[in-house]
Write a protein that binds this ligand. Structure first.
Ligand code: SAH
Length: 208
């Protein structure tokens, strides 16, 4: 764990001490399948079932850092997966709302986070494209699956001054990680990195 923090996180330029502390406090091996535990702190994403993956530790740290979070913030995550990213966020902010479209993954993550004692993470099974209107607005939105374009409802559900980090581009290999900021109703976007995420699943694909 400490090797992961030093070699993958700090040496690659992550500076925010609350992000580094949060990464130290979450045992990543508890979020990967038992037969992959020895790989849990490696510099790579890992399969978590249903064709999905838990992101590489550095990407988790990077996306968390660029959101520039404060302890009072309320954050929305799209793509709960294993629940690891949600746990990292929950160590920094007041409340984390997270949506997973594959029921089995969402239920497993909810149970895992509950057993680990998290009381500020709320998991919903559903289509994250639409966001979580009843709980909006959010100070920050983090999307961990890639849509073809930025979902409008997620922009609408940001506070004034809200930030979003999201991989955009459906074709594998040509996704850009975009940092979006909403001030009054002015939207600014910046491409910050090339990335490779699983595609955002459309509600109708799952039911088909
Ligand atoms: N943040 C996760 C990694 C998730 S991988 C972690 O820390 O482990 C991306 C996840 O997004 C997958 O679990 C996938 O099922 C989910 N996903 C894909 N399309 C979605 C959608 N439309 N709404 C919500 N979740 C979605």
């Amino acid at each position: 764990m400490e090797k992961m923090i030093t070699n993958q996180i700090i040496s690659r330029g992550i500076k925010d001490t609350q992000v580094i502390e949060a990464m130290r406090n979450v045992p990543r091996h508890l979020f990967v399948p038992e037969n992959r535990r020895e790989l849990a702190y490696d510099d790579r994403p890992l399969p978590i079932g249903e064709g999905q993956t838990i992101s590489q530790p550095y990407i988790v740290a990077f996306m968390t850092e660029v959101l520039d979070l404060s302890p009072e913030d309320k954050v929305l995550e799209i793509g709960t997966g294993s629940g690891y990213q949600a746990a990292i966020l929950a160590g920094i902010v007041r409340e984390v709302y997270t949506i997973e479209i594959i029921p089995r993954l969402g239920e497993t993550a909810r149970k895992r986070l509950e057993e680990m004692g998290y009381r500020n993470i709320y998991v919903k099974i559903g289509d994250g494209y639409k966001g979580w209107q009843e709980k909006a607005p959010f100070h920050a939105v983090i999307v961990t699956c890639a849509p073809g374009k930025i979902p409008r409802p997620l922009i609408d559900q940001l506070t004034d001054g809200g930030r979003m980090i999201i991989p955009v581009g459906e074709k594998r290999g040509i996704q850009k990680l975009v940092l979006l900021r909403k001030d009054k109703s002015e939207i600014t976007k910046k491409e910050v990195m090339d990335v490779l995420f699983v595609p955002m699943i459309k509600d109708k694909e799952l039911r088909a």
